[in-house]
Design a protein around this ligand. Structure first.
Ligand code: FE2
Ligand code: FE2
Ligand code: FE2
Length: 236
């Protein structure tokens, strides 16, 4: 038995998300990665269904400020996940290491999408500096990562989507919505990896280069969020 998680209370994605999100969020982060049909590709219209948490922890500003805030969060995430991947590799949790590497790459994609948006609004925009990060043992790293993803998918991005809708910032609505949906899948993968840390399988993780969606295993043909074909995905 390698992980402390083995003796911990088993958490389910649906249980955690039910405690933390709206029904819409649960549906969009789905137990199955095939949960979203092509007809559910997010748009300004579908994004309007995302409700903001009644006790939201998100500080909302202008859309430009929100993009910068999201970019700061994504920069922290990509940096932290890269460090967590190293911890997992050192501790012989190879599949957990691949998940953290895949998620680090996915957050880097979100940074680029946000940076492109911000640069259109202010050409002098600078990317945030990577923060210094601390890591723990791999099971703690997984549950902390899941908590961060749940916050982003259920609170931060929905709040930013609503603000962007008020400003009619359609490009921002789309980028925020893609990221919001991808973070729901990231949370699901982290919780599954946490629950199965001592019983990994051989599945690889596949990252959508357009929206940062991650699929576990080979049984898919395209991104359920942005419809990018599997052949463009990067394997971890
Ligand atoms: Fe992200
Ligand atoms: Fe994420
Ligand atoms: Fe995608």
């Amino acid at each position: 038995m390698k992980g402390v998680a083995a003796g911990a209370t088993v958490l389910t994605t649906a249980g955690i998300l039910a405690a933390c999100t709206t029904a819409t969020d649960i549906a969009t982060s789905g137990e199955s990665s095939e949960a979203l049909s092509p007809t559910a590709v997010p748009s300004a219209d579908t994004a309007s269904n995302f409700n903001v948490m009644p006790d939201s922890k998100t500080k909302v500003g202008t859309t430009y400020e929100n993009i910068m805030s999201a970019m700061t969060g994504e920069t922290g995430a990509t940096t932290k996940y890269a460090a967590c991947a190293k911890v997992a590799d050192q501790d012989d949790f190879a599949q957990v290491g691949r998940l953290f590497s895949a998620a680090s790459a996915a957050e880097a994609i979100h940074i680029e999408l946000l940076y492109e948006l911000a640069s259109k609004m202010d050409p002098d925009t600078k990317k945030p500096e990577p923060p210094s990060v601390t890591t723990h043992q791999s099971d703690v790293n997984l549950i902390a990562a899941a908590t961060g993803e749940i916050y982003e998918t259920s609170d931060m991005y929905p709040a930013f989507i609503k603000a962007a809708q008020k400003e009619n910032e359609s490009d921002a609505i789309l980028v925020f919505t893609h990221a919001k949906l991808a973070e729901g899948y990231h949370a699901e993968h982290y919780l599954n990896a946490y629950n199965n840390i001592d019983t990994p399988d051989d599945d690889k993780y596949y990252v959508c280069p357009v929206c940062g969606y991650i699929h576990k295993g080979e049984a898919f043909t395209a991104c359920p969020i942005c419809l990018t074909k599997k052949s463009a995905f990067k394997e971890y």
